[in-house]
Design a protein around this ligand. Structure first.
Ligand SMILES: *Cc1c(COP(=O)(O)O)cnc(C)c1O
Length: 362
């Protein structure tokens, strides 16, 4: 397997050695040992602190996408109205997913280099009357971070459930699940938490649990068993103890560093990354710098370059970054500075290599 000295892919993130070590331990059966359930409850409580919520947290075996499907399928039935607030690949994609599940979907759309405008969302929401509103905090493929509180308030006003994908921001940026009225908050282990892609995490509010009960969905990715399953020590399948132990340490490390220190480390490294890019004459992708996420920076592939050539030149220097998807494929490249990659010296090394590569020309 090829390894890189400077890894700046925006997920999966490089796993630090202290977390990697956990995967060497020979754990017992998560079905039989009470210790596993204690570990789960600790993870739930640490995640609650990081995400500012008192809600129960469903931690399922799987990765980020499982959380996205799980949330939709557990609280909706075909024909239900879903409003997708979209300003990027995941936002529009969630609308497509809901449509594929048979929901009646309306999209309130914004540009990929923009963030949602709450008043526009409110107008559509009032006339459409959705049962659930989807939104994405950090649009990883385009590097934007959307304000959510006002959209959460709109959801309360119209009594819709608020479903938020914060897979690539949670833990690195302030996310306030309870204050922002988030009923279903989605996270994966392979982004800011810097673990392998093993866990799908969903914060579930009381309102959302009521919907889960009403819908009664019981597939592999169903949320229902996670409401009482921990207290009853009865889970729907053998859980991934290694990943749960990794999650325990990863969340503990975040809290030990201190949430505000972690958030400002991300903000600082991101600002540094953007200023180096601008110095090199590389254009940032989001329209305005205040829309840029502290966890990932998206920039335009310089005109003299094609994305495959730039990718190849960086890899030859043992550096790897991300391309993009959808309408941005080939036009935008991305630097992931979240979790273990939100380190000044790593991003500085990366920026030096990029400067050298661009300076030499294609
Ligand atoms: C990474 C990511 C996901 C989950 O995708 P995976 O296939 O699990 O990596 C979902 N939403 C966003 C915004 C993401 O960045």
């Amino acid at each position: 397997m090829e390894t890189y000295e400077v890894g700046l892919v925006p997920g999966p993130i490089s796993v630090p050695s202290e977390l990697r070590a956990i995967f060497q331990i020979d754990y017992g059966s998560s079905d039989l040992e009470a210790e596993f359930f204690t570990l789960y409850e600790k993870c739930e409580s640490y995640l609650g602190e990081i995400l500012a919520t008192r809600n129960r947290v469903a931690i399922q075996s799987g990765e980020g996408m499982l959380a996205l499907w799980s949330g939709l399928k557990s609280v909706l039935r075909p024909g239900d109205k879903v409003l997708a607030v979209a300003n990027g690949v995941f936002g529009y994609g969630l609308g497509d997913m809901a449509r594929q599940l048979g929901m009646e979907v309306e999209v309130v759309g914004f540009g990929y280099d923009d963030v949602p405008e709450p008043q526009q969302v409110r107008e559509v929401a009032l006339t459409f009357g959705p049962r659930l509103v989807t939104a994405v905090h950090c649009e990883t493929p385009s590097g934007t971070l959307a304000p959510l509180k006002e959209i959460g308030e709109i959801c309360r006003e119209i009594e819709a459930l608020f479903y938020v994908d914060f897979v690539s921001s949670g833990g690195g940026v302030e996310v306030r699940v309870d204050d922002w009225f988030i009923d279903l908050g989605l996270l994966g282990s392979q982004k800011v938490l810097s673990l392998p892609p093993d866990l799908a995490i969903v914060t579930v509010s009381e309102r959302a649990w009521s919907a889960v009960e009403e819908i009664g969905y019981f597939g592999y990715d169903a949320l229902a068993p996670w409401r009482g399953g921990i207290d009853d020590q009865r889970l729907p399948y053998t859980h991934n103890w290694h990943a749960m132990a990794g999650l325990h340490l990863a969340t503990k490390m975040i809290l030990q560093e201190g949430l505000s220190a972690v958030f400002s480390r991300h903000a600082r490294v991101a600002a540094y990354c953007r200023s180096r890019l601008k110095e090199m004459g590389v254009e940032l992708f989001p329209l305005k710098e205040e829309f840029c996420s502290p966890t990932v920076t998206a920039a335009k592939v310089p005109e003299a370059w094609s994305w495959p050539d730039l990718d190849k030149a960086l890899r030859e220097r043992r550096m790897v970054v991300g391309g993009s998807y959808g309408p941005l494929a080939g036009k935008v490249f991305r630097l992931g500075h979240m979790g273990n990659q939100a380190r000044q010296e790593l991003v500085e090394k990366g920026m030096n290599i990029l400067q050298e590569v661009l300076g030499r020309g294609n």
